[in-house]
Design a protein around this ligand. Sequence first.
Ligand code: PLP
Length: 574
Amino acid sequence: MFEMDKKQRNIAYFSMEIALESDIPTYSGGLGVLAGDTLRSAADLEIPLVAVTLCYDKGYFFQEVVQGRQIEREIQWEFSSEFVKMPNIIELDIQEKKFKVGAWMYTMSGITGGTIPIILLDTNIEGNEHWQKNFTHILYDATPFQRAVQEMILGMGGIKMLESLGFTNIQTHHMNEGHAAFGVFELLEKYKGDLEEVKRRCIFTTHTPVPAGHDHFSYELIKDIFRDRLPENYKELGGEYDLNMSLLALNGSRYCNGVAQKHGVVSRKMFPGYEIDAITNGVHNGFWINKYLKELFDERIPGWATDYKKLDDVWDFGNFELWETHLQAKLDLMDYEKSHSWVLLDERKLTIGFARRITEYKRPTLLFSDVERLGKICDKKVQFIFAGKSHPRDEQGKGYIKQISDMSDYLYDSYGIGVVFLGAYDMDLSHLLVGGVDVWLNNPRRYMEASGTSGMKASLNGVMNLSVLDGWWIEGYQRDPMAGWAIGCGPEDPKATQYPDSYDANDLYTKLEREIIPLYYNNRDGWTERMKHAIRLGTYFNTHRMVEEYAERAWKLKAQNRWKSLLKSEEEFS
Ligand SMILES: *Cc1c(COP(=O)(O)O)cnc(C)c1O
């Protein structure tokens, strides 16, 4: 990379996980996929940004599901030639030890020729003791000490490494989630304790409305790690009783945001007194479209992948061609399913998909609340595909996988209904699912979903959402109620969080029975028309629009930057 280019990059984006490619295990789920899509759009829009993450040589884990049991297999992946080892090494003081941190560089290329350098920090280098080399092995399965050190490597090590590599003109440090907040300490040292100088250079995006989702460390641990290197006002910055990484990030930033409008409201309640804006998430349209629809769009709507408003032209498509295109993607999914499961699915049947982290608040078994009623409603006409990982230590989550598998046996034997749980959820499987099912189901407990992005991917592919009004779907459904269905009450209901689960389950069954199944089987034209409504949501819920909002409100890029003019030239990239 040329020195000139390094000096022009004035935004540094820090994220504990970034989904570069499906089979590179530097991500565990939504946060990493969003970071990847953000950088893909930033590359397309030629945003002057450099990203920092850790280099997990063992990644998260490979998931196998055998008779309803999740088995976690260790991953060992090979660094391809796309990863360039940098000669630079920086040092961090941790306890009484020096930690050496090295770096790899991966270049993400956009469809327009723009690129984003991604720095992956690595402690598995010459000169570190054996135990130190392990610190960047694995994503998210660590003791509080290991985790705190990983976060120091990301936040503090990241800033030092950028400087060492020649990125010396960073104006904005973007902390994507609180994991990088130790960077605030690093900058405080650099600016001799002047918090205002630090705040001018930092922004923070929070991603979870669930209090347990925010990292906390005991001050005992933090003092042991930092020794006499903690800033004097650490309690004012990080909290009175323990160190809350989100609070540290909030206190060290000039700008903070949540990731959907409702999430902004929830975050402002969770952190009273802080100004927290909201920028609704998106997905990278060019990355998430299935290959058949992509062909159709490329031919009929040149430039659609960068000029996202053009997706409006989907109105002009014929119903038959759209349905045929969808069917091709559905057949791909069925082919995959047949080689990975014993349950026989049928591409002619209405197929409902559910794929996300399997954990309590997502209510992965809500669908089975009244299994006899479900059986009668679906009556050999509807089939279901589930996928998703549970955190290795989430025993309750793994219990849900078992329950889904048991329900699959029961519904098949008693009602002839296919329910499949596919293992090894990753971006490749996600592509197949969001491109190939007919309806995308999401039923979290209300206001615990910050945004959710898999529903946006589905919608872009003409797959209707059937979802609780939470996260992005509050906005999606409001923009166009024909793009899918809402389960249960809306956010205007003051008792929305208080109804029993059976209330949502009942509404889910009713919508299936009275609206969705009849529409699919008796009015295919009506169905296909609604697919267009779903696709049209892609004119808004995409990372190009999202990155533009960050550029204007968070990164404060000036309008004369190239990304603005690039957006205007439409014909250039088709
Ligand atoms: C999109 C995606 C997610 C995030 O989906 P949610 O709707 O936020 O649950 C998680 N994992 C993978 C592999 C994805 O592709």
